[in-house]
Each structure stands twice: as C-alpha cells, then as structure tokens.
Design a protein around this ligand. Structure first.
Ligand SMILES: [Zn+2]
Length: 110
C-alpha cells in the first residue's frame, strides 16, 4: 500500500463526516421550506374569510374588533375577544346591537 493513498478506514471516516454535514444541511433546508410555506399560507389567508375566501373587513365596536365577511356573513373573533364579549356586562345589549348593525333591522323598543 502506498503511503500517500488514504486507507479504506480514512476514506470511510471522511465520507461519513461529509454525509453527516449533508444531512444537517438537508434538515436546515427542510425547515426553511416549512417556514416559507407557513409565511406563504399566512400571506394568502390573512384577513380572508375561512369559509368563502373573500376579504374580511375589521369593525371596532365597543372596543372589540370584529372581522366580518360581507360576502357570506361570517364573523371572526381574535383570541380573547369572545371572552371579552361573554364577560361584558352589556352582553345582551352588545349582541342585539351587533345584530341591528349587520342585519340593518331596527328592533322595537319596549
Ligand atoms: Zn365569507
């Protein structure tokens, strides 16, 4: 065996090291692809109705931001907003006011 030629063991060692590096690089690329896909989906769906896909409009009513779809009529509440509505002292008033706003129907005052 020639002294300059690497032994099979050395060759195997270097290839194993190279394979480990390539595996780490592939894992990094996979994670970057996942992040890019997440950003892409967020860009596509941001403020879009989850049911019909039309753009939603934000309406602030008594401090609660309501995302409303004027195409299919759906409404979206962000995290904590439902709790804010449910714990509101005026929840009865709040919900019937909301109904009047979005249906355009006046209710009789008793
Ligand atoms: Zn919709």
């Amino acid at each position: 065996m020639s002294p300059v030629k690497p032994s099979n063991k050395e060759e195997e060692y270097f290839l194993r090291k190279e394979a480990e590096k390539l595996k780490v690089a592939a894992e990094k690329a996979r994670k970057e692809m996942e992040e890019a896909e997440k950003r892409h989906l967020k860009d596509l769906h941001w403020m879009r109705c989850p049911k019909c896909g039309m753009a939603m409009k934000e309406i602030t009513f008594r401090g609660v931001q309501i995302d409303k779809c004027f195409s299919c009529g759906g409404m979206y509440l962000d995290d904590g907003e439902f709790e804010q509505l449910a714990s509101s002292e005026q929840k009865g008033n709040f919900l019937s006011s909301l109904k009047r706003i979005f249906t355009g129907q006046e209710e009789e005052i008793h």
